[in-house]
Design a protein around this ligand. Structure first.
Ligand code: ZN
Length: 262
């Protein structure tokens, strides 16, 4: 993989009109060892509060039926005043297991910037081993317990949550906007194969993760990767600086934090 990055970088450095860089990686989240977001980053998670057992919409790749009964409903409350409901499927069994899962997914939600978290409506947690997916219009995403465990072990859960949250909170209105399409066109290449294959559905989420690490935590990504990103998607990087409001604090108070009561 390194040789591929260096080759791409060399091709760009070699000539002003060099051919477009090849995508750096197959995808942003699981095909590399990069730490874009860490568990030590600023985190706004304040409290997780159990609400009730409810009937709720639990969209699932494996099933046709939309609703489930006896869903564990939690509310994750964040110190910036945002709140996100976490719905855990009753297949979790015991309350303790449901609470563990809700906690595990709430942490990385706390690392999101306020501007994304305030648009995230809720998160659905299923028991099983499928990859996560998001719903842009519904402003939620769905994760599966065994896949979460794998991603925690590989330090990829923060990145997964960020990627899915881009779909849930920024795809509308940005992914289909004239500004984004213009930046794509001006850049030409893509940051990952996944983005290249899905320029409308995945490019914003794939590019945003690289942009987040590079713009918020300069020096965190290896210097060769930073260089390659700046060379491959300069126009998208500039637009993402605005979309992700990089000149503002990551966490911004937008309401009063309720604490753990009630
Ligand atoms: Zn995606």
């Amino acid at each position: 993989m390194w040789s591929r990055i260096l080759a791409a970088t060399a091709a760009i450095v070699g000539g002003a009109t060099a051919a477009l860089a090849e995508p750096l990686y197959p995808n942003s989240v699981v095909s590399n060892e990069l730490e874009f977001i860490t568990t030590r980053d600023e985190n706004a998670l304040g409290c997780l509060v159990f609400q009730d057992r409810v009937r709720a919409e639990m969209p699932d790749k494996r099933r046709e039926e939309l609703f489930a009964d006896d869903v564990f409903q939690f509310q994750a409350r964040f110190t910036d005043g945002t709140q996100v409901d976490i719905y855990v499927h009753p297949d979790a069994g015991e309350m303790q297991r449901a609470e563990e899962l809700a906690n595990e997914i709430s942490r990385p939600i706390g690392a999101l910037p306020t501007l994304m978290r305030q648009k995230l409506r809720h998160v659905v947690v299923h028991i099983g081993d499928e990859t996560a997916f998001a719903e842009d219009r519904g402003r939620f995403f769905t994760v599966y317990s065994d896949n979460m465990a794998t991603r925690i072990e590989n330090h990829d859960l923060e990145e997964t949550v960020f990627h899915e949250s881009v779909h849930a909170t920024l795809d509308l209105p940005w992914a289909d906007s004239a500004e984004w399409k213009q930046a794509q066109k001006a850049d030409g290449g893509f940051i990952t194969d996944y983005a290249a294959r899905n320029p409308q559905g995945e490019d914003l989420a794939e590019s945003a993760l690289f942009a987040w690490a590079l713009l918020r935590y300069p020096g965190r990504l290896p210097v060769e990767v930073e260089e390659a990103v700046r060379t491959a998607i300069p126009n998208r990087l500039e637009l993402l600086e605005q979309i992700l409001k990089v000149d503002e604090p990551i966490q911004q108070p937008i309401g009063s934090y309720q604490g753990c009561n009630g």
